[in-house]
Ligand binder design. Structure first.
Ligand SMILES: Nc1ncnc2c1ncn2[C@@H]1O[C@H](COP(=O)(O)OP(=O)(O)OP(=O)(O)O)[C@@H](O)[C@H]1O
Ligand SMILES: [Mg+2]
Length: 441
């Protein structure tokens, strides 16, 4: 195959050493909001619920601003998006008293998706050595992803020896055919490029660009949940994205461009009111619980125009629910169908954890549980100190996860030197972004 993105278009992060502290910065450029968090990572003893975390995360600076120039997780107005990113960075830098050089960036748009494949080599000496592991991983990195897609993650999730699969630690084991089961997460190149460009124009280097739902999982899942099987669904404004975890590993990602903003637009149309008023009404009264005495519980809806003679309308809360619920059902049914075609289908005991701003809709966990036929809870960032009260909710799960990611970056495998010679479907681009590309090891 020619003209393919190989080995990862996006820069790869140098993992943080388990013995060192580090300062990291997270940038979540969402469809409705931008979050920038700066934190200090400090080595810590293993914790009960979060055994895999080698570091504690202490937030030093935080910024949360409204986004513009974004649609469905994709930049649609570069100048606007850039101005918003700069504002968020400035606020966080001032709060933390640091000057940032680089950030870890989350991506929710670009139709996130997964590719799974197995790469094999013949064992020359009969037993698995470090050299054989390097050889099978090198074979895996020769895998070419679909045209027009960029690689965000490249994770070995298990090894196989002849007919035995799911081997965690193959060193010293015997066999003939040695394989590695790989999970690659990809996104549309154009979406990736333009988000990178937006951040670069704000004079920041990108440490890594990573999938939003994976980050949400890193911040909200207890280790046991990831071990027992879990799907994290991030319900954003313009996107809904999913990450599946199995036996503690991130094994699948998915995403589509529908979210809370579509609910708001339905309300604005249905109530004949402004988008900003629909947004406010949704956040205060929005619910997907039908029934009860809501038919008599009336709320005031401001008129569309600014003509003061135009009287406000009154609608019942039940009527609001009748507008909101079908769209939320549509989104959750899409999630159900996508999960049914994912490795989550093989996790009958797996739970679902909802994150993202739209997970705050009253009654959504019950509705999701009915549609997905799984136990559902709402997830909030775990194990971070110094988070302001306003940032402890599910809408900040992705940004918080970006601060945890440096501890998980060592799980990724990219061939070290080849990243300098990336090819994309758009020759020449890599020359320009070359300065972002750093060797992983
Ligand atoms: N209290 C609430 N009740 C219902 N919906 C809410 C509430 N608060 C926020 N939302 C909705 O959450 C959505 C924003 O979620 P979030 O901040 O996770 O999105 P984003 O990160 O900007 O977008 P995306 O991830 O899709 O790019 C908006 O549609 C907003 O209306
Ligand atoms: Mg988001």
């Amino acid at each position: 195959m020619s003209n393919v993105v190989r080995f990862g278009l996006t820069p790869k992060m140098k993992p943080v050493s388990p013995k060192r502290s580090a300062v990291v910065a997270a940038l979540d450029v969402g469809t409705s909001k931008i979050v920038c968090m700066i934190a200090k990572l400090q080595p810590q003893a293993p914790q009960d619920v979060l055994r895999r975390r080698s570091h504690g995360v202490r937030v030093l600076g935080f910024a949360h601003t409204a986004a513009s120039g974004m649609k469905g997780g994709t930049v649609i107005d570069l100048a606007e998006a850039e101005a918003m990113v700069r504002t968020a960075i400035d606020i966080a830098e001032n709060a933390a008293h640091v000057q940032l050089e680089s950030v870890v960036v989350a991506l929710s748009g670009g139709r996130l998706g997964s590719e799974r494949f197995i790469a094999n080599v013949d064992l020359t000496g009969g037993a698995v050595t470090d050299g054989e592991i390097a050889r099978v991983l090198a074979a895996a990195s020769r895998h070419s992803v679909r045209d027009g897609r960029a690689v965000l993650h490249s994770l070995p999730i298990g090894y196989s020896l002849d007919a035995a699969s799911g081997i965690r630690e193959p060193r010293g084991m015997l066999g003939h055919k040695f394989g590695v089961d790989m999970h690659m997460v990809t996104a549309d190149v154009a979406t990736v490029r333009n988000l990178m460009l937006t951040v670069e124009r704000s004079h920041l280097n990108i440490e890594a660009m990573v999938a939003s739902p994976y980050m949400a999982g890193l911040s909200v899942l207890a280790d046991d949940e990831a071990d027992l099987g879990a799907a994290v669904i991030d319900l954003g404004a313009g996107t809904t994205t999913a990450a599946v975890f199995s036996q503690g590993r991130f094994v699948h990602a998915d995403g589509f461009a529908l979210g809370g903003h579509h609910v708001t637009m339905d309300l604005a149309r249905g109530l004949n009111t402004r988008i900003a008023d629909a947004e406010r009404i949704k956040a205060i009264y929005g619910s997907v619980l039908s029934g009860g005495s809501d038919e008599r519980d009336m709320i005031t809806v401001p008129p569309f125009g600014d003509d003061e003679r135009e009287p406000p309308q009154f609608v019942s809360r039940a009527a609001l629910t009748r507008i909101i619920k079908p769209r939320v059902e549509e989104i959750l049914e899409m999630v159900r169908d996508r999960l049914a075609a994912s490795p989550f289908a093989a996790e009958p005991r797996g739970r679902v954890v909802l994150t993202g701003g739209a997970s705050q809709l009253t009654g959504i966990a019950d509705l999701a549980s009915r549609i997905l036929k799984r136990p559902v809870r709402i997830g909030r960032p775990l194990g971070l100190s110094g988070l302001p009260e306003s940032a402890k909710g599910p809408a900040f799960a992705v940004a918080a996860g970006l601060l945890v990611y440096p501890q998980a970056a060592h799980l990724e495998h990219f061939e070290p030197r080849r990243t300098r010679h990336l090819m994309t479907g758009n020759g020449g681009y890599m020359a320009r972004v070359g300065r972002w590309l750093r060797e992983s090891f």
